[in-house]
Design a binder for this molecule. Structure first.
Ligand SMILES: NC(=O)C1=CN([C@@H]2O[C@H](COP(=O)(O)OP(=O)(O)OC[C@H]3O[C@@H](n4cnc5c(N)ncnc54)[C@H](OP(=O)(O)O)[C@@H]3O)[C@@H](O)[C@H]2O)C=CC1
Ligand SMILES: N=C(CCC(=O)O)C(=O)O
Length: 448
């Protein structure tokens, strides 16, 4: 065992040395590698083929300039990224993030996570991610359109339904996907519906895709609760964020009898002890693109805490659905003290390693993002399937498929955690189940 530990340690050190300063990428790699020692012991073939070293190195990293003009005619220059991380299981598949904090390290953490998340879905999709340091907040539709057109004018040459298929993430929703799809179609002169997912419903989009990540995260947590003969019924919940993932996490919690008392955005959080009025949050966020604090203009009984930490709100189920490393060790200790029994990561890597340790040591049911939030990309793959067969399914059928996929992910994670001696450790189970799938495909496809 000692030999394998030092082997994995030296691989991790190599990743740090080769990718200096990319701390979020290092963190994502560390979490997976920490699960792999028993796998390498049991199946030495993965070490023989140096699979871990190969999986930690992206197949391709694309960086490009994105010039655009604002409504006053001023010129702006942003940087675009697409990391095509691993295509062992299918075309690169993963979102695009438009946020001022984006740099290569963020895209590589997201792309690395995506490899394993996509593998867990059981769908034929590889892992990739992209985006830009462009901040869409406060920009007009016309400015967003011009940015998206410029971004796609460079990226299109790397995309294709059988090559690389982007979708949304932070700052990229239906509006942005529409503008990028239009530019792709104009340049290529092809209606290649499967090249982007999250499309509009009237032109190739899939029902349930908007709801999928949030619904799926709740389905996953519900499966964890069922192992303890429990459910969302009557549970007080907190959901961070108020974007696509957060909104539909709240919706499905409400469907299952839970009550969400707090939501947030990057300026602060609202608390409504009666349960957040989701229709108002949708109006504020999806239609008017306003701040969550405006919720209190309508509901005087609700409170808004500017710059507040949402994890100070007592709850039984916490669903971090905003961004990476938003929930740290102190937050986890506070949640456990206040009676939290389950956590579902709707966001990608929202809990710090120290926070995760607190939850695991306290016996909290913990659903890691690569498993819990896989419903979004799974439904993207269902969109690709519909596009490929020029078909469009009903909401009920698509949601049933999504639910079955999430039940399957939970089962695979639980079984692998039990096989490797830690039943209910979903981090271990998710990492091992997904790694083995990707690694076996990589071995079959030769040294490429
Ligand atoms: N969209 C998808 O299909 C999937 C998304 N995810 C992950 O879910 C998370 C949310 O994504 P999504 O809902 O699509 O994005 P949205 O842009 O729709 O919403 C993001 C939400 O998180 C908040 N937020 C973003 N950055 C920060 C920050 N640095 N600090 C505090 N709050 C922040 C935003 O607040 P504000 O408006 O103030 O910026 C907003 O409320 C991300 O981690 C994403 O990677 C995971 C799987 C699928
Ligand atoms: N942003 C997403 C969705 C990716 C996709 O639907 O291709 C994610 O899984 O993190």
């Amino acid at each position: 065992m000692k030999g394998q530990t030092s082997k994995i340690e030296s691989i991790y050190q190599q990743v740090i040395d080769r990718n200096p300063g990319e701390t979020e990428f290092h963190q994502a790699v560390r979490e997976v590698l920490d699960s792999l020692e028993p796998v390498i012991m049991k199946y030495p073939k993965y070490a023989d083929h140096r699979i871990i070293e190969r999986i930690c190195e992206p197949e391709r990293q694309i960086i490009f300039r994105v010039p655009w003009t604002d409504d006053k005619g001023n010129i702006h220059i942003n940087r675009g990224f697409r990391v095509e991380f691993n295509s062992a299981l299918g075309p690169y598949k993963g979102g695009l993030r438009f946020h001022e904090s984006v740099y290569l390290g963020i895209i590589k953490f997201l792309g690395f996570e995506q490899i394993f998340k996509n593998a867990l879905t059981g769908m034929p999709i590889g892992g990739g991610k992209g985006g830009s340091d462009f901040n869409p907040k406060g920009r007009s539709d016309a400015e967003i359109m011009r940015f998206c057109q410029s971004f796609m004018t460079e990226l299109y040459r790397h995309l294709g339904e059988y090559t690389d298929v982007p979708a949304g993430d932070i700052g990229v929703g239906g509006r942005e996907i529409g503008y990028m799809f239009g530019q792709y179609k104009r340049i290529t002169n092809r209606y290649e519906a499967g090249v982007l997912t999250g499309k509009g419903l009237s032109w190739g989009g899939s029902l349930v895709r908007t709801e999928a990540t949030g619904y799926g995260a709740v389905y996953f947590v519900n499966e964890m609760l069922k192992t303890k003969k429990d459910s969302f019924e009557g549970k007080t919940c907190v959901v961070s964020g108020s974007g696509n993932v957060a909104i539909y996490t709240v919706e499905k919690i409400n469907h299952l009898g839970g009550k969400v008392v707090a939501m947030s955005d990057s300026n602060g959080y609202i608390y409504d002890k009666r349960g957040v009025d989701l229709s108002l949050v949708k109006q504020l966020k999806e239609v008017e693109r306003r701040r969550i604090k405006d919720y209190c203009d309508t509901y005087k009984g609700a409170t808004y805490v500017e710059g507040g930490n949402i994890w100070e709100v007592p709850c039984q189920v916490a669903m971090p659905s905003a961004t990476q490393n938003e929930l740290d060790e102190k937050d986890a200790e506070m949640l456990v003290k206040n009676g939290c029994i389950a956590v579902g990561e709707g966001a990608n890597m929202p809990t710090t390693p120290e926070g995760t340790k607190v939850f695991l040591n306290a016996g909290v049911l913990f659903g890691p993002g690569k498993a819990a939030n896989a419903g979004g990309v799974a439904t993207s793959a269902l969109e690709m399937q519909q596009n490929a067969s020029r078909d469009s399914w009903t909401f009920e059928y698509t949601e049933k498929r999504l639910h079955e996929i999430m039940i399957g992910i939970h089962k695979a994670c639980y079984e692998q955690s039990a096989e490797f001696g830690q039943p209910g450790n979903y981090i271990l189970g998710a990492n091992i189940a997904s790694f083995r799938k990707v690694a076996d495909a990589m071995i079959s496809q030769g040294l490429i």
